[in-house]
Design a protein around this ligand. Structure first.
Ligand SMILES: NC(=O)c1ccc[n+]([C@@H]2O[C@H](COP(=O)([O-])OP(=O)(O)OC[C@H]3O[C@@H](n4cnc5c(N)ncnc54)[C@H](OP(=O)(O)O)[C@@H]3O)[C@@H](O)[C@H]2O)c1
Ligand SMILES: O=CCCC(=O)C(=O)O
Length: 497
């Protein structure tokens, strides 16, 4: 057991307790008896202070040249690299993902720092001909203002970086409200922003509960933009509130990602993709493979291979280097996954592997669920349609490429997707016809790279993209006309004579 970390809010460059002085604990999901950290239970007064600090800082931060803003973010990247192992160890303890994946999470933050820093020397606008003589016309990207960043626990470093880094390079100031399950990761991350020397108030951190601190941020009249990643339920509230209060909003929500395996696929390759897509991060990635759509000619063979391979995965604490699959993040996630497996059973699915809470030996102290394969699943079943967000994959049999694409698309969500095939025509048809923000050919549904746009279609998002698409979220266009004719032209009044 280690001494719990004391996390604090970070407002106007100061580390502060909540005004109420109330705190909450966060525990280790592999051993719920271990308290990893305590954090402030922030409320409206704390949110008000953070927003006031961000508003004040915005006045000067927006005027700092973008390449100079980018240099701070580059420094954050360098510091993240120096602290990578420390952050990864903390992340494993705080939210359970195996160390190799935790290192990957921090690496995404580092990659995002370097990529976003590069944007500081671009932020290109356009020049375009004017309709009139002696007149220039152009566009400029302008910052939006004060941005509230509300993030989930599953990528506790990468997702805050995906939001904060481009937002800051674009000239905005930010308030991060991390998940109540990962306050320590958020605190360490913001310590790094502090160490990089960002001016006071440019970055702020407010811990607390979603229903309290998160809600107060979303409802606040002095926030200009909310960038939210999380569940569809919370996203619906955030979207509706921002609509009512006229805020910009970027929503990244749930998924029901599928991998298709055609009869001509390299089955060993498809197997590796399926195993890590479905069970990596215990299935708690927004991009996790939740459905395997299998051509009937290879279904039996592939199912056998999958069962064999999955049965060898080692469950354990993320901090144990021998662990393949860590715990779920908390008791309610464990309860949710158990409930969905029961629903699947009641619907007629066959539990081919797993299907139960894992409580052998030390696992009893954590939130472990055996990697689970549900067979005989039809596209109408709830387990084939609703996001489970755990180590559960359902198998759906199809007879043709067209049927596979139709079933993949038959969901309200549209984040990630994948197809394994050796047929180049099918690969291109899949790229065109799959309804998702991300499509992999002969690769798993996971593994996004930061310089490509990240986000989903349909109910997964509201049309925005993070990572490689983030400057479109965190800037808005201004059209600028420069007239050097020295006289008011008739055409300027009517536009055309
Ligand atoms: N599409 C994507 O890019 C993407 C990426 C990653 C995850 N996800 C989705 O995220 C979900 C899992 O994350 P989660 O369980 O953390 O989601 P969540 O429960 O919706 O929480 C997300 C964030 O919203 C906060 N929150 C909760 N209620 C709120 C409210 N009324 N007002 C404002 N903020 C509120 C949460 O705070 P508390 O933690 O304190 O409740 C947390 O910081 C899955 O559905 C997954 O698909 C999507
Ligand atoms: O949850 C967001 C990041 C997911 C990711 O990086 C991936 O697996 O593609």
């Amino acid at each position: 057991m280690t001494i719990p970390l004391t996390c604090q809010n970070y407002i106007a460059g100061e580390w502060l307790s909540a005004v109420s002085a109330e705190t909450l604990p966060s525990s280790n999901p592999a051993n719920s008896r271990e308290i990893v950290a305590t954090f402030p239970r922030s409320a409206t007064a704390d949110v008000d202070a953070a927003i006031a600090a961000a508003r004040q800082a915005y006045r000067t931060w927006r005027l700092v040249p973008a390449p100079a803003r980018a240099e701070y973010i580059f420094r954050v990247g360098e510091l993240l690299l120096q602290h990578k192992e420390e952050l990864a160890q903390l992340m494993s303890r705080e939210m359970g993902k195996p160390l190799a994946e935790a290192r990957g999470d921090v690496q995404e933050g580092i990659d995002c720092a370097y990529y976003s820093a590069g944007e500081g020397r671009r932020l290109f606008g356009q020049t375009t001909p004017s309709e009139m003589p002696n007149k220039f016309a152009m566009t400029m990207r302008m910052p939006i203002g004060v941005c509230a960043l509300i993030t989930p626990w599953n990528f506790p470093v990468a997702i805050p970086c995906w939001k904060a880094m481009p937002a800051l390079v674009c000239g905005n100031t930010v308030i991060l409200k991390p998940s109540e399950d990962t306050p320590a990761c958020a605190t360490k991350l913001i310590e790094i922003f502090h160490a990089a020397g960002l001016p006071k108030g440019v970055v702020n951190l407010v811990h607390g509960l979603g229903e309290e601190a998160g809600k107060a941020l979303v409802e606040h009249s002095n926030v200009d933009l909310v960038s939210f990643t999380g569940s569809s339920e919370t996203g619906a509230f955030v979207g509706a509130t921002c609509g009512r209060t006229h805020k910009r909003v970027c929503l990244e929500m749930g998924g029901k990602n599928a991998q298709i395996v055609m009869e001509d696929a390299d089955l060993e390759l498809a197997l590796e993709g399926a195993v890590w897509g479905a069970f990596g991060t215990s299935g708690q990635r927004c991009t996790a493979t939740s459905r395997l759509i299998l051509h009937r000619d290879i279904k039996e063979k592939f199912t056998h291979m999958l069962k064999e391979r999955t049965g060898k995965l080692r469950l354990g604490a993320g901090t144990d280097p021998n662990t393949d699959v860590g715990p779920l993040v908390n008791a309610s996630q464990l309860e949710r996954v158990s409930r969905y497996v029961e629903i699947g059973r009641e619907e007629g699915a066959k539990v081919l592997l797993g299907g139960a809470v894992a409580s052998e030996g030390d696992l009893q102290h954590g939130f472990f669920f055996h990697p689970t394969i549900l067979d005989d699943v039809t596209p109408q079943m709830r387990v084939a349609r609703e996001e489970i967000f755990g180590p559960v994959v359902v198998l759906i049999e199809v007879g043709s490429f067209e049927e596979a694409i139709a079933i993949l698309n038959d969901t309200p969500f549209g984040l990630s997707s994948s197809i394994y095939t050796r047929d180049v025509s099918r690969a291109f048809a899949a790229m065109r016809d799959i309804e998702a923000g991300i499509t992999y050919i002969n690769g798993p549904t996971i593994g996004a790279e930061v310089h490509l746009p990240f986000g989903g279609v349909k109910q997964t998002g509201n049309g925005h993209r993070e990572a490689g698409g983030a400057i479109d979220v965190f800037t808005e266009w201004k059209a600028v006309y420069v007239d050097f004719s020295g006289s008011l032209q008739r055409a300027q009044i009517d536009n055309r004579e």
